[in-house]
Design a binder for this molecule. Structure first.
Ligand code: ADP
Ligand code: MG
Length: 201
């Protein structure tokens, strides 16, 4: 049994505010300053892990999960919510993969940083949805990401439809925001591997 003092020391999950229709219709189409400001850009890298079956694919939004140790750069400086940036899935060293050359480009992404229900909401998890139709899954592949801005806080949804609608808006806001020159240029950042290729088998 935990004592009250021990419980008080556990990080507490703050209540997520309720999503409202007013919030949705007043959402800006571009977020963040004209060029990324501290703490951005935040660099993340690690192998893609199996997630916790929170229904990414069923929501039309598969999310590639990074291991706990790979997300320290963001969990230590940033708040929970939805972010945007660029991501790249790297082919295996020998180039043998189901993925095609288009799949290993630097691509736009939205990332959710949230409390992980699997660990009783005591650790954060980062999940990245890449805005691209991949030829196959890429569990175990290395993924690099550059987080450039914050879109919105985590919200509590009463319906699945409202959640799906907000995810669609997040993707549009991310694309609009990344389209600005000071954000677009990070596609060529040295954090990414711009010369990698897949072996035609
Ligand atoms: P999990 O709970 O294992 O994370 P998801 O339903 O979120 O399951 O699916 C995530 C997996 O789907 C990723 O690890 C990746 O292999 C694959 N995937 C396919 N397309 C995408 C995409 N566009 N963005 C992110 N992951 C994708
Ligand atoms: Mg996932």
């Amino acid at each position: 049994m935990s004592t009250a003092a021990e419980l008080a020391q556990l990080p507490q999950r703050p209540e997520a505010p309720r999503q409202t229709t007013e919030f949705r219709i007043t959402r800006p189409q571009i977020v963040g300053p004209d060029s990324p400001e501290a703490p951005f850009p935040i660099l993340l890298a690690g192998p893609v892990q199996k997630g916790f079956g929170r229904g990414g694919k069923e929501l039309g939004c598969p999310t590639a999960n990074l291991p706990d140790e790979s997300i320290t750069p963001i969990s230590s400086v940033a708040k929970t919510g939805v972010y945007y940036g660029w991501a790249q899935v790297l082919p295996p060293k020998d180039g043998k993969t189901e993925l095609c050359q288009d799949d290993i480009r630097v691509l736009p992404m939205v990332m959710s940083l949230g409390w992980n229900p699997f660990y009783k909401n005591e650790v954060l998890t980062a999940e990245i949805h890449i805005m691209h139709e991949f030829k196959s899954d890429f569990y175990g592949y290395d993924m690099n990401a550059l987080v450039l801005g914050y879109i919105r806080p985590e919200l509590d949804y009463t319906t699945r439809e409202a959640l799906i609608e907000d995810i669609e808006i997040d993707k549009r806001v991310a694309l609009n925001s990344l389209d600005r020159p000071a954000y677009a240029k990070y596609k060529e950042d040295s954090h990414f591997d711009l010369s990698c290729s897949v072996n035609p088998s």
